[in-house]
Design a protein around this ligand. Structure first.
Ligand code: PM9
Length: 456
C-alpha cells in the first residue's frame, strides 16, 4: 500500500547562511589555525561539524520551554522526563546531567577503581579521558571489521565476544570495571550493534559479574538500523526495539544533545542499582547542580522531556537515517572514498584514501577538513590522529587505522538539497586532490587537543 513518506515536519523559522568567497574562506581558515573548530560560525555555509546540540527543536519543545517556571526544586518538567525515560528504557533511576561528559564523569568515578580495565567497542574522546582520569585503562574489543573502512559488514559496532573473553581470561573478572557499550559507534563511522550481539554480550557479562553500561547517545539511530537491517524487526516500532536494546544493560550514559533532539542536556541512568544511583546523585550535587536538573535550567529539562517523545516517531527516524544514506550514496557515486556502509548520524570520508600522499605525521584528516572548508564553505570535523592524540608512554602520535573526516548531519536542520551541494563540492575537491599538502602543529594542547590545536 501507498505510504506518505516525506520528512514528517515543516520548516517554522529560517536562518540565513554565510556566503563567503574563496579568498575570504582562505583567510578565515588561516586565522583559525586550519582547525575547523576554531572557525567562526558566521564564516560557515553548511555546518557539518557536529550533530551535538545542533538539532532544530520543535514548536512543542519551545512551547514546553516557555511554559516552565525556573526552579531548582522538583519541577513538573523533571517528573515528566523521569516518567518518559523510565518507560522508554525500563530503568528505575533517571538522573539528568548537563551533558554527556558530566554523566561519564559520574559513571567513571563510581565504577572504576584505579588500575582496572574498561573494555569498550572503540573509544570515544571524552569517554576514554574520563575513564583514564578515574585511573582506568580503556581496552578496545570492537569487531575487527570496524577498523576496515571498506568492509560492508552491517554490524560494525558489535563487541567481539572472543576479544572480551580473552581479556577477562588474562586479567580476571575483578580487574574489569565494566563493559562500555556504545550504540551507533561514533568513531567507527556511526556503525550500529546488532540486537543479538547486545543480548549475547550482556548474558556473558552477567555470568562473570561484570556490569554492562551503554553509551546510549545514539540509541535511536541504532534502533532504526536494527529495524531496517534485521528482518525480524521490520514491523516492530522503534519504541519497542529501543526498549529491548536497553534490556541488555545495567545502565547508560547519554549525551542528550544528539538523539534526544535538544541543544543541551544528558542522562545518567541505572536499571536497579540504588547504591550507584545514590553515589551519582551525591557527585552530581557536588559538581553539577541539583539532582532534579543536573545543572540545567528547568526549560532545558522540559525540552528534553518532550524531545525523548519526538525521537521515537518512526517516520522521523526513518527520514533522518535516510538523509545520511543519501549523502553517502552521492559521494560513493562520485568516486569519493567513505566508510562503508553509511552510518546513522554522519558520513565519514576516508582521508587515507582521499590523500594517500600525506603521511599521518602531516595529519591527512585535519588537512582534508580544512580543504573542504576552503573549497565549499562546509565545516566538517577531523576524526583521525589529531583526535586520538599521543601515546602517553612513548609521546609519539598514534597512527590509527581510521583516518577520517566526519560530515555530521544535524537533526531536522538541512534539506536534501543542502546534501546535494555538499556532495558536489567534495567531489570537485576529490578531482584536484593531488594538489593538497599537509599540516604541522604550531600549538598543541595536552588533552583533547583537537578542540583548540592550531596548525600551519
Ligand atoms: N560527541 C560529537 O560531536 C560532541 C563533542 S566531542 C567532539 O560527536 C558520545 C558517543 C559522543 C559524545 C559527544 C559524548 C559526550 C559522549 N559519547 O558532548 O558531553 O558522541 O554531551 O557528550 C560529540 P557531550
Amino acid at each position: 500500500p501507498y505510504a506518505f513518506d516525506t520528512f514528517p515536519y515543516e520548516i517554522h523559522t529560517i536562518e540565513h547562511i554565510a556566503h563567503l568567497d574563496r579568498r575570504e574562506r582562505e583567510q578565515a581558515i588561516r586565522a583559525a589555525g586550519y582547525n575547523t573548530f576554531l572557525l567562526r560560525s558566521a564564516e560557515v555555509a553548511i555546518d557539518l561539524l557536529t550533530d551535538s546540540g545542533t538539532s532544530a527543536m520543535s514548536t512543542d519543545q519551545w512551547a514546553a520551554c516557555d511554559a516552565t517556571r525556573a526552579t531548582t526544586g522538583n519541577s513538573a518538567a523533571y517528573q515528566k522526563l523521569v516518567a518518559n525515560l523510565q518507560d522508554i528504557t525500563g530503568y528505575e533511576y533517571i538522573i539528568p546531567t548537563h551533558q554527556g561528559r558530566a554523566a561519564e564523569h559520574l559513571l567513571s568515578s563510581i565504577l572504576i577503581k584505579p588500575g582496572q580495565l574498561v573494555p569498550g567497542n572503540m573509544y570515544f574522546t571524552t569517554t576514554k579521558l574520563h575513564q583514564e582520569l578515574a585511573g582506568g585503562v580503556f581496552a578496545d574489543v570492537i569487531v575487527d571489521q570496524a577498523h576496515d573502512p571498506d568492509d560492508d559488514f552491517p554490524w560494525k559496532g558489535n563487541i567481539d565476544l572472543e576479544k572480551l573473553r580473552a581479556l577477562v581470561d588474562e586479567h580476571g573478572a575483578e580487574k574489569i570495571a565494566y563493559v562500555s557499550f556504545e550504540h551507533c559507534v561514533n568513531m567507527a563511522g556511526g556503525q550500529p550493534a546488532s540486537m543479538d550481539n547486545m543480548k549475547a554480550v550482556y548474558a556473558w557479562c552477567q555470568g562473570q559479574g561484570i556490569p554492562l553500561i551503554f553509551d546510549a547517545t545514539r540509541c535511536v539511530e541504532n534502533a532504526r538500523m536494527i529495524q531496517s537491517r534485521d528482518l525480524r524487526y521490520h514491523d516492530v516500532k522503534i519504541r519497542d526495539i529501543l526498549r529491548e536494546m536497553m534490556l541488555y544493560g545495567d545502565g547508560c550514559t547519554v549525551s542528550g544533545k544528539k538523539d534526544f533532539l535538544i541543544n543541551i542536556g544528558g542522562i545518567q541512568a541505572f536499571r536497579d542499582n540504588a547504591d550507584w544511583a545514590d553515589r551519582a546523585r551525591h557527585l552530581l550535587r557536588l559538581y553539577e547542580g541539583n539532582v532534579t536538573d543536573g545543572g540545567l535550567a528547568t526549560a532545558d529539562v522540559a525540552a528534553m522531556a518532550r524531545g525523548v517523545e519526538e525521537m521515537l516517531n518512526d517516520r522521523y527516524i526513518r527520514s533522518r537515517v535516510a538523509q545520511t544514506r543519501l549523502l553517502g550514496q552521492m559521494l560513493i557515486d562520485g568516486g569519493v572514498p567513505i566508510v562503508r556502509p553509511p552510518g546513522g548520524h554522519a558520513i565519514f570520508l576516508n582521508a587515507r584514501r582521499f590523500l594517500p600522499h600525506i603521511d599521518q605525521d602531516e595529519f591527512p584528516s585535519q588537512t582534508l577538513a580544512a580543504e573542504i572548508y576552503v573549497e565549499t564553505g562546509v565545516r566538517t570535523m577531523e576524526r583521525g590522529n589529531v583526535s586520538k592524540g599521543r601515546n602517553p608512554e612513548t609521546g609519539e602520535n598514534y597512527r590509527p587505522a581510521l583516518e577520517l573526516v566526519r560530515l555530521t548531519i544535524p537533526r531536522r536542520v538541512y534539506s536534501n538539497d543542502h546534501m546535494r551541494g555538499v556532495a558536489e563540492g567534495i567531489i570537485r575537491l576529490y578531482q584536484r586532490r593531488d594538489e593538497i599538502r599537509g599540516l604541522r602543529f604550531v600549538y598543541e594542547p595536552a588533552q583533547l587537543r583537537f578542540f583548540q590545536a592550531r596548525f600551519e
